[in-house]
Design a protein around this ligand. Structure first.
Ligand SMILES: NC(=O)c1ccc[n+]([C@@H]2O[C@H](COP(=O)([O-])OP(=O)(O)OC[C@H]3O[C@@H](n4cnc5c(N)ncnc54)[C@H](OP(=O)(O)O)[C@@H]3O)[C@@H](O)[C@H]2O)c1
Length: 318
């Protein structure tokens, strides 16, 4: 089969569409004939040599795919050849075929095309597990989503609105502000012009900036608030004022999905299928696709992500 190899750490040009060995299918695995994959910020870090895949997983980039089941391992009863599926991966999605533990495989939700489904697993699992399972966002509460125009942000805004929360979000331009308002955001803050921590009080914050926003995020939390950090775009270190935390009884979480054990991912995936897929099937939450790029041209898709002009997901199609 062919897959995108990272020939050496570097810019988009190091991504090459090469002939590689077929993946081996373990007893608990599902082999997927890939229809599409999608680009995530983590793939850029992997390309640059800053984010190695977890031990024992595929060396090729790609944290999600959609496709058709080609084969199942001896102990898999949940899926069969011919099923249309999408899957959360630890890697290996930029390829013609990928083998994945059955626990990480999901049906394609109704109303979503087989291609669009490639852009759902990573955002749905990340947003559901962090904002709802860990952050316990409830109806009537306020969610602050940093980077509302990102793949993660566009999904978080829609899901939180669909479940009855008020949503405030940050973006870097007037054009992106328009786009996230159209997705349902109640209040939009341009982070280049305003300090969000002066403008918003939130019960849950989904943060992608890490160190640079830590103090502001704690300031912006309501009493009993929950900050969930999933990205470190603003650095991994910062000083924390514990006094500000204890007087408001706030919690700070920091998590990553990719490194979690398969069974943990399975719990999240099943919870997404039960709680999020019905909202997608009802049209309350839609995939936001910025562009479709041929998979062999993954370098072009990475250039697009690097430029920062996208809103939502960039798909890699076969
Ligand atoms: N921990 C996990 O399990 C997990 C899983 C998935 C994703 N993530 C993280 O989630 C983040 C989004 O991922 P993605 O793939 O959706 O990336 P993406 O589409 O490339 O989005 C990056 C976003 O960062 C925003 N941004 C940059 N500087 C900012 C600032 N100072 N304040 C607020 N926002 C700022 C950009 O906003 P503008 O374009 O408006 O400037 C853009 O929307 C990444 O940091 C990624 O690593 C973590």
């Amino acid at each position: 089969m062919r897959a995108i190899e990272i020939t050496e750490p570097g810019g988009p040009e190091v991504l090459k569409w090469h002939e590689v060995p077929e993946p081996s299918v373990g007893p608990g695995d599902v082999l997927i004939d890939v229809t599409a994959s999608a680009v995530n910020r983590a793939d850029v870090l992997q390309r640059q040599g800053f984010y190695d895949p977890p031990p024992g997983t595929s060396p090729y980039p790609g944290l999600e795919v959609s496709g058709v089941v080609a084969q199942v391992g001896a102990s898999v009863e949940q899926f069969k050849p011919g099923d249309e599926v999408c899957a959360l991966l630890a890697g290996g999605g930029y390829a013609e075929r990928v083998a994945v533990p059955w626990q990480q495989v999901m049906p394609v939700p109704e109303r979503v095309s087989p291609r669009e489904a490639a852009g759902l697993p990573e955002v749905a699992c990340t947003v559901w597990s962090n904002v709802f399972m860990i952050g316990r966002l409830r109806k009537g509460e306020t969610l602050l989503v940093h980077g509302g125009a990102s793949g993660i942000g566009t999904f978080a805004i829609q899901l939180a609105k669909a479940l009855g929360a008020r949503v405030v979000t940050t973006v870097g331009s007037a054009e992106k502000a328009e786009r996230v308002r159209a997705l349902g955001a109640d209040e939009v803050i341009n982070y280049r012009e305003d300090d969000f921590s002066e403008r918003v009080r939130a019960d849950v914050i989904l943060d992608i900036m890490g160190g640079r926003y830590l103090a502001g995020n704690i300031r912006a939390l309501n009493t009993g608030g929950r900050l969930v950090i999933i990205g470190l775009q603003g650095g991994r270190k910062a000083e924390i004022d514990l006094g500000a935390m204890l007087s408001k009884r706030v919690a700070v979480h920091a998590t990553t999905l990719r490194a979690r054990p398969v069974d943990d991912k399975g719990v999240i995936v099943r919870s997404v299928v039960d709680n999020v897929w019905p909202l997608v099937a009802a049209g309350a939450v839609r995939p936001v696709v910025h562009a479709e790029v041929p998979m062999a041209d993954a370098a072009e898709a990475h250039r697009m992500l690097d430029s920062g002009e996208h809103v939502g997901k960039i798909l890699l199609v076969r």
